[in-house]
Design a protein around this ligand. Sequence first.
Ligand code: SF4
Length: 342
Amino acid sequence: MSTEAKPFSFYEVLPNGKTVFFIDATLLKNLSLCERYFYLHNVENKRPKSHLKVKPFPMAIGAWWSDVMELFYNYMRDRRVINLQDIQQFALTAWAKNNLDDCMLADPDRFAQFGDIAGSVLMLHDYFASQYQIDDKNWQIIGVEEGFGLNKEVFIGESNEVVVYWVGRPDLVVLENRERLFPVDHKTVSRIDGSTTGRYKPSTQMPGYVYSTEVIAKSLGYSYKVDRCVVNICSRSRPSDNPKKGPKRPRFVRAYPTFNKDEIEEWKRGVITKCERIAHCLKYNDWLWAETSCDNIYMRQCDFKKMDSSVPNARDIVLAADFTTVEPWKPYQLIKEKEADD
Ligand code: SF4
């Protein structure tokens, strides 16, 4: 008998025919962009072979930003003082981890707008002098990249077809001035403009973090009301020092989307309905194509466009030639899995 662990799956069909979901915002966002994309990306776990070496620019910078923020706020959680040498080390460590030298060679024009390694260090100095110093006075870091949900901690609801649990890994959970608990999410955007802070509501991800933070805090004996998320936003382009119109744009900005009880209940109903749709698609292998998304999946052309532009009987050939199958997406590792890996 094989002793290999069963690969993770975000769903399981029970003997009574219901499907149990461990669902997160990434899965639902992919579903809302295109069901066929969701099927290929999240059910079949197909990825372009080219992305294994070099990630597209927004993905690469987003991963770099997330990694440096994790390093910053680990220091804050541990009450360690950050010096200029640390900041340089954060930038370099995350730069190497995300293979940004190769990404820069593949997309020099967009990296020119972001800045090189030296520019990224200067940018982090700016972040440290402005946002971080204020956070350090007001925030107590409760968690950095702590996953939740795979042990069914956050029950969303049940219907005749599905049972749904929410799963996630907020970048930070923070207690502000000893009285306000909230999750924080680090994001990068192409540039900051007047509409940037309004982009996080409506949202699938933010109410998920808000609701889960309150549920988990309650399960640990804390009775904080959680009704907002802080989105810590960084522009991937360096703002021009001499803009043609208006004042210089900021490099960093924060959004504060709030969600009351009724909005959370509405969000939960929406999550259950979306899971019912996934259960239907899985059962009947019936995935709709959203052709309006083919040129705009996460701000770039869909990975599967070449394949889906081919005649039907050529698609399997393109899939085999250009794509590989990866481990299924899992928002975080359970502690016992981490220990087994170490
Ligand atoms: S190419 Fe278009 S239809 Fe095909 S998966 Fe991508 S977005 Fe969906």
